[in-house]
Write a protein that binds this ligand. Structure first.
Ligand SMILES: [Zn+2]
Length: 269
């Protein structure tokens, strides 16, 4: 969990245009500022100056994340004028100051992106480099490792662990190994039909089967809760597990268990 400090650009600034935005993409940048002290705090001060003409949503360094714009407003960071990059994407700058820890900053950015994807329903395919929108070689330190950067988003955990550790030790007992080759031991029958959160909460054996299936592919409804949250209730936590599963498999992340989600789950079991 990285601290996010909301320190918004004043509304009177010209780099806060205030155009309404529904974010469909996340655009990744590097600051290209290697000066000592050019960390997130210093960029937060820079972007708030009345003379600054550019703007973006977040700056990430190894310690902290600053938010400069609300997520429903656009910034000027993509270099494509009134194109999709500027008008429909959340801009994230990753610091590369000489006295910072770049790899840790990257890890923090991956964590942030993962949160934003879940929150805003943005698929991994729509996490793009600045280069996608203009010819700028940005994020200059990540372009040559873009695929592994994106792979890291999928596995980004809320607790910070060193990236050098290939396998995350899990304290939960009886958890199947995360090796791709391993198959869940007991067969899981997937419910047919569509399940979504309703009031009062949807309940039943079908929901339980779905939860078991999600847990078998490591999308626990509530890891840490009793029986990993497998309780037969399709509440917000189960919907969230469905959402996370959908996001990672290129489906519409609506948290609703429908035919496409079923098909994908079935293929993995
Ligand atoms: Zn850029």
């Amino acid at each position: 969990m990285v601290k996010i400090i909301k320190d918004l650009i004043p509304k009177s600034n010209r780099n806060r245009p205030g155009n309404r935005m529904k974010p469909l993409y996340i655009t990744v940048h590097n600051t290209a500022n290697t000066a000592k002290g050019a960390n997130a705090t210093s960029h937060a001060a820079f972007v708030k100056r009345s003379s600054t003409v550019v703007s973006w949503h977040f700056t990430v360094d190894e310690n902290v994340i600053y938010q400069h714009l609300p997520l429903n407003e656009n910034g000027w960071h993509a270099g494509d004028g009134r194109g999709t990059g500027n008008m429909k994407s959340i801009g994230i700058e990753i610091c590369e100051n000489a006295d910072g820890n770049f790899e840790k900053a990257v890890e923090n950015a991956q964590w942030l992106i993962r949160q934003l994807m879940t929150e805003q329903g943005i698929p991994l395919a729509n996490v793009v480099p600045h280069k996608r929108w203009s010819r700028k070689q940005c994020p200059r330190k990540l372009l040559n490792r873009w695929d592994s950067f994106k792979a890291g988003i999928a596995t980004a955990h809320t607790s910070k662990k060193a990236t050098t550790k290939p396998v995350k030790a899990t304290p939960v007992k009886n958890t199947p190994s995360k090796s791709k080759a391993s198959k869940p031991k007991k067969s899981v029958n997937l419910p047919s039909g569509i399940i979504k959160v309703t009031k009062p909460l949807t309940k039943g054996a079908g929901v339980k089967s779905l939860q078991e299936a999600l847990a078998a592919v490591y999308y626990y409804p509530d890891k840490g809760a009793k029986n990993n949250g497998i309780d037969g209730y399709y509440g917000p936590k189960t919907a969230n597990a469905v959402k996370r599963f959908q996001l990672m498999h290129g489906l519409v992340a609506d948290g609703i268990y429908g035919p496409k989600t079923k098909e994908k789950l079935k293929a993995l079991l």
